[in-house]
Design a protein around this ligand. Sequence first.
Ligand code: AMP
Length: 226
Amino acid sequence: MVPGVRLVVLGKQGAGKGTQCVRLSHHYVVPHVSTGDMLRAAVKSGDGLGSKVKENMDSGELLGDDLIMEMVAERLGEPDARARGFILDGCPRTTHQAEVLASLMAPDDIDAAVDIEVPTIQAMRRLAGRRVCVDCGSNYSVSAPPKSGTWICDVCGGEVIQREDDIEDAISRRLELYERQTAPLIDWYTSRTQLAKVNGIGSPDAVLRRIIRSVEDKRQQRGGSR
Ligand code: AMP
């Protein structure tokens, strides 16, 4: 069996992170841990956390580091992630989150932080056209809708909608926040020789192959696999 992996996946919104994370989690047989999905599930269930975060999420604001890292620590402490690793999607978003994550991993560390690179204009175009299933989170777009030809999910039959934070104002705000707050992570992971930069332009299969190749290169440089 393919060895497990501990991966952080970076890249501006619309870089194809969600799509590649699902593929990577199948390839490495590890859970896909998406902070955005976990938060949206909390909002949907209407629990205490959900009502606390809904407003900030709808406007595209980042949530507090402590709240996020507590949620991530709990998820990464579960047996599946402890045994084989994880694909972490949407976190870290700030260098403080990265520091907390590194301390959670100690004395080991993540295998790599993958940065999927796409030009901003292309990311904006993808986000404006993105549609998601409200029930299972499957991704579609106006150019690749569900096979039924209606906005009903092929996977689970749920309703496929445009996310509230994928409207134009919130998209600009999220991309601006990305540049300001999250881009420094690239420097942080580069200085720790953990950054694996991958060109995100091309078919999902081509991008996946590039990611796997660069993760394996990183693993070799860092001295073997898990
Ligand atoms: P995403 O689906 O990753 O774009 O996340 C949707 C929203 O959830 C973001 O716009 C933030 O409001 C919140 N969020 C998700 N992950 C984080 C994080 N690591 N730090 C802060 N806020 C987050």
